[in-house]
Each structure stands twice: as structure tokens, then as C-alpha cells.
Design a protein around this ligand. Structure first.
Ligand code: GDP
Length: 347
């Protein structure tokens, strides 16, 4: 548990300023409580969380945000533990977040169920937070993005965002980080050509893990195969050539190389302006995607739309209505119900 002085009231409810001061003074208990507030689905909490975030915003941004993905068993938690501990020893403050929307699909979490990163969780310079559960990928994304900001305001200068190498979540994590690290295992060449290609396209570096013992030679050959494929792919970051490396999270060999690559990347991306440009684009994309999600949710939860939708769908299937006209009817009815007496478009 934290030994930091806690000058905050234990009993009364925390105010916006309590949260803000607690985070800025790096009080671990309050940091965790602020994240819980940010992750809450209750409207009252969400409003308060937004006020807290607004006040924290000027203190955010001063970190390197690193996404880490790999299939289950690739060695993510072992590697994050080893990499994270190394960074803490070098004086960094490391926050580890997870994006795992599987919990809302399967009811169980791929990342969260086992005890992970035990030493790192206990380190005073680290903060490990499991994935928010429940809700859509959009919901999990919103929570993770805001948690990331809370961690930055709390002075964490390295933020690791971990995700499982399945489905859409890598793309989501790619869209919230500066650098994207893919952890792979040795495998047959044709396997690499197939499913892994998609993930290689969004990587800034690929580390072939478990390069130890008898597996080392195979890992080196996989590294060479990956480098060949990378050669033909469009780099994920303009002007930066992603490369493959080997490492062993178990022995620690190659782990310092990860930080070296990321530091080189940061220097390159900052000097070329790509770093800032990506963050700005991410912010705008995120804003747009929230507009998208919120409009969609307003639309489908609207009573008039809910009433009309089955009928319109049937008419479209029966060939009585074109899909375009069907959509038009639904949107008109949505607009009318939202803004009674609003101007109805004449056709
Ligand atoms: P995750 O599912 O990606 O988080 O993978 P874990 O970190 O839980 O690792 C899965 C298994 O691989 C565990 O039994 C680890 O001990 C083992 N493992 C992880 N990294 C290495 C490594 O570098 N070398 C070897 N030999 N085993 C490893």
C-alpha cells in the first residue's frame, strides 16, 4: 500500500478539487479513485469526471505513450514486468493500462484474470491498472484514453497500453499511442505472410520474444523473415523504418534494446514533427469518432426511430422502398422527434 501522506478526507465525498489535487500530488489512492470515477458509467460521475479532466488537461501530454500487443502467451505481461522494472530502476515512472474489450464479449477477460506483473504492481514508481470492463470497444476506449490523461497528470512519463492481439483492439490502441510495439513468437514463414501482416502494418517495432535456450536460433531466423516482409510494407509512421529484433523477457536479454529503439524513435519523430502531428490527428479522429458514436446511440435509442425501423426494414426487403429513401424517412422522423416542430425538409 502507499505510504504517501494522505491529507484527504476519508469520509466525506471527494470534490472535483480533491481529485485534481490528489492526482497532481501523486497520491496513489486518489489516482486510483479518479480512474474509477473516469470509468464509471453513471451520468453523475461522468459529469464530475469531465470537470476533473478539464482541470487536469494542462498537466497532460508529457509522456511517451507506448502500445504493446501480442497474441495470448506471447509474453506480454512477462515483458512488461521486465521492461517496466528496468525503466523504474532508471528513474522513470511507468503506468500500465490495458485495453481488453473481450471482457464485454465473453464475460471473461483475456488480460485481467491472472495475477500479472507482480513486482511492477508493487513498485512505487509504477502503476498497473487492469482494463475497464463492460461496454463496447468504444466505451473501453473512452475510459482508457481518459485514464491515460489522469496518469500523465500524475507524473507518469512512460505509459504502456497493453492489448491482446485479437480483433479490433490493436487498431484502437494504435490510435491512442505514439509508438506501437508488437511482440511475436517464432513461427513458420507462411504463417507470417498471412494473418500477421495486418499487425505488422501498424507496428513501429517488432520484438520476437522467447529468444532463449533452444529457441534462440529459430527466433533469429524469424526476425530475418519479418525484416524481409517489413521491407515491402508501408511504414506505420511516416519516415520511420520499423524493424524486427529478438528479446527474452525471461532472461532480460534484448530488453534494454526496446527502450533504445523507442528513444531513437522519439527523437526522430519529435524532430520531424511527426510526433506532434500524430497526437493532433489522434485527438481530432477521436473527437470525430465520439460524435459518430453519440449520434448513432441517440438515433437508435430514439423512440420514433425504434417504432419506425422494423416497418422501414420490411418495406426495403419487400422492394417497396429503396434503402436510401428508407434512411431518409428514419432520419426525418428522428429529427422531428428530437426537435418537435423542427423544420421538416420538403421533398
Ligand atoms: P501474455 O499472455 O502475452 O501476457 O504472456 P505471459 O507473459 O503470461 O507469458 C506466457 C508464458 O510464456 C509464461 O509461461 C511465461 O513464463 C513464458 N514466457 C514469457 N516470456 C518468455 C521468454 O522470454 N522466454 C521463455 N522461455 N518463456 C517466456
Amino acid at each position: 500500500m502507499s505510504k504517501e501522506k494522505n491529507s484527504f478526507p476519508k469520509r466525506r465525498k471527494l470534490t472535483v478539487d480533491d481529485y485534481v489535487e490528489g492526482v497532481l500530488s501523486r497520491n496513489r489512492t486518489i489516482i486510483a479513485q479518479t480512474i474509477t470515477l473516469v470509468e464509471s458509467n453513471s451520468l453523475k460521475h461522468m459529469e464530475m469526471a469531465q470537470e476533473v479532466l478539464k482541470k487536469l488537461l494542462p498537466f497532460t501530454g508529457n509522456s511517451i505513450r507506448i502500445g504493446i500487443t501480442g497474441v495470448p502467451g506471447a509474453g506480454k505481461s512477462t515483458l512488461i514486468e521486465s521492461f517496466g522494472m528496468m525503466l523504474c530502476e532508471e528513474g522513470h515512472r511507468v503506468a500500465v493500462l490495458a485495453v481488453d474489450p473481450s471482457s464485454s464479449i465473453s464475460g471473461g477477460s483475456i488480460l485481467g484474470d491472472k495475477t500479472r506483473m507482480e513486482s511492477l504492481s508493487k513498485s512505487r514508481n509504477a502503476f498497473v491498472r487492469p482494463s475497464p470492463s463492460g461496454g463496447t470497444l468504444g466505451g473501453v476506449t473512452r475510459k482508457s484514453r481518459e485514464t491515460l490523461l489522469v496518469c500523465e497528470a500524475a507524473g507518469f512519463d512512460v505509459i504502456l497500453v497493453e492489448t491482446v492481439g485479437v480483433g479490433q483492439s490493436e487498431i484502437t490502441v494504435r490510435s491512442m499511442v505514439d509508438f506501437f510495439l508488437v511482440i511475436m513468437l517464432t513461427g513458420a514463414g507462411d504463417e507470417l505472410q498471412g494473418i500477421k501482416k495486418g499487425i505488422m502494418e501498424i507496428a513501429d517495432a517488432i520484438f520476437v520474444n522467447k529468444a532463449d535456450g533452444d529457441n534462440k536460433r529459430k527466433a533469429l531466423s524469424t526476425k530475418a523473415d519479418i525484416n524481409q516482409i517489413l521491407h515491402y510494407l508501408q511504414p506505420a509512421t511516416e519516415g520511420w523504418t520499423p524493424r524486427a529484433y529478438t528479446c527474452s523477457a525471461l532472461t532480460g536479454e534484448g530488453i534494454p534494446e526496446i527502450w533504445k529503439v523507442i528513444s531513437d524513435y522519439k527523437e526522430f519523430a519529435t524532430n520531424s514533427g511527426v510526433f506532434e502531428k500524430r497526437r493532433q490527428n489522434q485527438l481530432l479522429d477521436w473527437t470525430n469518432s465520439m460524435i459518430h458514436d453519440q449520434l448513432k446511440s441517440m438515433f437508435y435509442s430514439d423512440e420514433a426511430v425504434k417504432g419506425l425501423l422494423p416497418e422501414v426494414e420490411k418495406d426495403i426487403l419487400d422492394g417497396k422502398l429503396s434503402a436510401t429513401l428508407g434512411v431518409h424517412r428514419l432520419i426525418e422522423s428522428f429529427m422531428e422527434s428530437r426537435f418537435h416542430g423542427g423544420v421538416k425538409e420538403k421533398r
